[in-house]
Unconditional design. Structure first.
Ligand SMILES: [Zn+2]
Length: 187
């Protein structure tokens, strides 16, 4: 079976020691590629460098809903950053009421900015949804986005089953709109 991991964070510093070995093992396990998902714009240079140097690693552009940042991104800024040749998606973005580093209002505004950038670029959105299902779905519906994508959440235990059910539910929410569930993974 050929697998593609649409949501991982192998650019994080804690993987510096064994990242190369991990990427080496991908082929052996049938994993043909992965998206190293952005959580903060400050780390994009590191993320892009990894995606440039590894043929089976791609990148996204976005700020995690609960990442504290001095300046909120603009649609234009996200669109410009996403011009990078290895960027395949926008995110991760969404709503997360499990953590409380960023207010719900700011999260929602940030989520809409990401969705609008994705719409402009015709790229999929990587959605992070944790203890915020109703608001996440409401914003997605209000923004009328064409593609969802990969849903990441780890609210439920056992996480594996929970993720699948929740991602399916999200994908099923808007039949006929062309939403797609590509995969789901840990937040
Ligand atoms: Zn993530």
């Amino acid at each position: 079976m050929r697998l593609f991991d649409s949501h991982c964070h192998i650019d994080f510093p804690q993987f510096d020691e064994d990242r190369a070995a991990m990427i080496g093992r991908m082929q052996e396990t049938g994993l043909v590629g992965c998206v190293a998902v952005s959580v903060e714009l400050e780390a994009l240079p590191r993320l892009f460098r990894l995606a440039e140097s590894e043929v089976n690693v791609w990148a996204s552009v976005g700020i995690h809903p609960n990442h504290e940042t001095r300046q909120e991104p603009t649609v234009d800024q996200l669109c410009e950053l996403a011009q990078h040749s290895r960027c395949v998606a926008i995110g991760e973005t969404g709503m997360d009421f499990f953590r409380h580093h960023v207010s719900p209002e700011v999260q929602e505004a940030r989520f809409r900015t990401h969705i609008r950038a994705a719409r402009e670029l015709a790229k999929p959105v990587i959605v992070h949804m944790r203890e915020a299902d109703a608001d996440t779905l409401r914003v997605l519906e209000e923004e009328g986005i064409a593609y969802v994508v990969a849903v990441a959440c780890d609210t439920m235990v056992p996480a594996g089953a929970g993720r699948t059910i929740r991602a399916d539910r999200l994908a099923a929410k808007v039949p006929g709109r062309g939403w797609q569930r590509m995969s789901c993974g840990p937040g």
